[in-house]
Design a protein around this ligand. Structure first.
Ligand SMILES: *[C@@H]1O[C@H](CO)[C@@H](O)[C@H](O)[C@H]1NC(C)=O
Ligand SMILES: *[C@@H]1O[C@H](CO)[C@@H](O)[C@H](O)[C@H]1NC(C)=O
Ligand SMILES: *[C@@H]1O[C@H](CO)[C@@H](O)[C@H](O)[C@H]1NC(C)=O
Ligand SMILES: *[C@@H]1O[C@H](CO)[C@@H](O)[C@H](O)[C@H]1NC(C)=O
Length: 437
């Protein structure tokens, strides 16, 4: 059987994101020549490193911060590690995904954590797991069962193999993986996990009050699940998307869901009934990441045609088509007062627009790569990262730029704590925490 298309797509996006590291030397030369980026100096120390948590030589991936800013979670291959922000102590290690964990998010106002994984190499496991941090560690049966399986099979194998043959075949590890995969099937059957994945491009999977969760049982379909019972409320299939959904989020007051798809539309759905409310058109290319304005009135989305569009949610009216970026736009964020919209694009360009007039307020050309993780802090500072491994900050009130770059280090994820006081990122095999003054 041919590997399913979403498996190939996941593999491709994984390869793209993980190989787009630009050699440090070339980058420094170009930066020096064009002086596009102001280096952090002692005169603008509004971002300063507080803590560095090492993940012991293993590359750290996605990162999440709890709403109360006390916990940070990161991914190291198939494990989730939860650390105390203040103490830097490893508090929990969560195992149970057979595939690589791609996304991670704390439940707002609750004690749960959601994660989703995909198994590259295409013996598909796409699973969404909800962990309860107040509950004890889930039993670790795969290792014990694998050990018993090897012991049980040994008398038969020894008729043909030597003990060294058995040792070298790595049976225990492989059997443990098979059992981990089967564990997902068992957990789905018993209502403890879902097959599928979380929406991508930094979408919030949880609603703002933490009571519901969005996930994709199939590439083109978003489902709304109740977090307490882990049951599906409905699927958004009434006049549904006709191509892959990239981003989906619940509106700030929880009344609608917006979904952005490769079928060139953004759709608005009722959170009460699951029925389609509006189809937002205009994109002349695949639609990627979206964002809600914090006041809940607008939704914006970036497209493959290099444009950002802003629509009214209540009427579905297209208000602005902005940008003329050189590449696709896959990261957006509104300022906390809903008056500015920042967009990061391929080709290393970040632009900020005035939401009312549509005027361009900032055009920041960085070295290259794609700009992702665009996010405003609660206090109005703007942060984003580049696929070349930089993290950038901008404080509009002081027109002050900040940049972090460590040659050769991969930036796995970037998050701002809800109170706006900390910037948290995974860099190489560490979690870095900076203080925002
Ligand atoms: C902070 O949030 C986490 C998870 O969201 C929760 O487990 C923890 O109890 C909270 N801590 C405090 C002090 O409220
Ligand atoms: C659980 O299993 C993993 C790998 O299969 C192993 O490394 C770990 O030590 C086991 N024990 C616990 C308590 O997690
Ligand atoms: C969360 O918000 C939804 C939608 O506004 C509402 O129906 C639900 O009752 C809220 N749940 C809690 C626990 O506040
Ligand atoms: C939710 O927000 C939308 C957009 O601002 C508004 O039209 C709607 O009336 C709000 N609903 C509730 C229940 O607050």
């Amino acid at each position: 059987m041919a590997p399913p298309i979403q498996c190939i797509l996941s593999l491709l996006s994984f390869l793209l994101l993980s190989t787009m590291t630009i050699p440090a030397v070339g980058r420094q030369e170009i930066l020096g020549a064009s002086k596009l980026v102001q280096r952090p100096t002692a005169s603008n120390p509004w971002v300063s490193e507080l803590t560095r948590i090492e993940t012991n030589g293993n590359k750290a991936g996605a990162v999440a911060v709890s709403e109360n800013s006390t916990l940070v979670a990161t991914v190291v291959e198939r494990e989730i590690r939860v650390y105390g922000v203040g103490s830097s102590r490893l508090l929990r290690t969560l195992r149970g995904h057979a595939g690589f964990i791609k996304a991670l998010e704390f439940q707002p106002g609750g004690s749960k954590l959601v994660s989703s994984s995909a198994l590259y190499g295409c013996s598909m496991e796409q699973a969404v797991r909800v962990w309860d941090l107040d509950a004890g560690a889930p039993p670790n049966i795969s290792d014990d069962a694998a050990k018993a399986a090897v012991t049980g099979a040994s008398p038969i194998l020894l008729q043909h193999w030597s003990a060294e043959d058995i040792e070298s075949a790595n049976l225990r590890e492989d059997i443990a993986k098979v059992i981990l995969k089967a564990q997902i099937t068992v957990d789905v059957r018993n209502g403890r996990a879902f097959f599928g994945e979380l929406p991508s491009f930094e979408a919030r999977a949880f609603s703002r009050n933490g009571s519901s969760l969005l996930y994709l049982p199939h590439r083109q379909t978003v489902a709304v699940a109740d977090v307490d019972t882990l049951t599906e409320r409905f699927r958004l299939t009434d006049n549904g998307h006709t191509d892959g959904v990239m981003w989906a989020e619940t509106s700030p007051n929880g009344t609608v869901v917006a979904t952005s798809s490769w079928d060139q539309t953004v759709r608005i759905w009722s959170m009460e009934s699951g029925k389609l409310v509006h189809i937002l058109r205009g994109a002349r290319g695949q639609s990627w990441a979206g964002a809600f304005s914090p006041n809940g009135e607008l939704v914006a989305a970036g497209a493959g045609d290099g444009m950002v569009r802003i629509w009214r949610i209540d009427t579905g009216e297209l208000l602005h088509t902005l940008g003329n970026f050189r590449g696709w736009v896959r990261s957006l964020s509104f300022s906390p007062d809903s008056r500015h919209l920042a967009a990061g694009a391929a080709g290393g360009t970040l632009k900020v627009f005035n939401v009312e007039s549509g005027e361009q307020e900032l055009n920041w050309q960085t070295f290259a790569g794609e700009l992702l993780n665009v996010q405003y802090t609660f206090g109005g500072d703007l942060f984003f990262s580049s696929t070349d491994g930089s993290i950038f900050g901008y404080r509009a009130s002081q027109d002050s730029k900040w940049e972090f770059f460590e040659p050769g280090s991969f930036v796995g994820g970037v998050k701002i704590s809800a109170d706006g006081s900390k910037l948290i990122a995974t860099v190489g095999s560490s979690v870095r925490i900076w203080k925002i003054e």
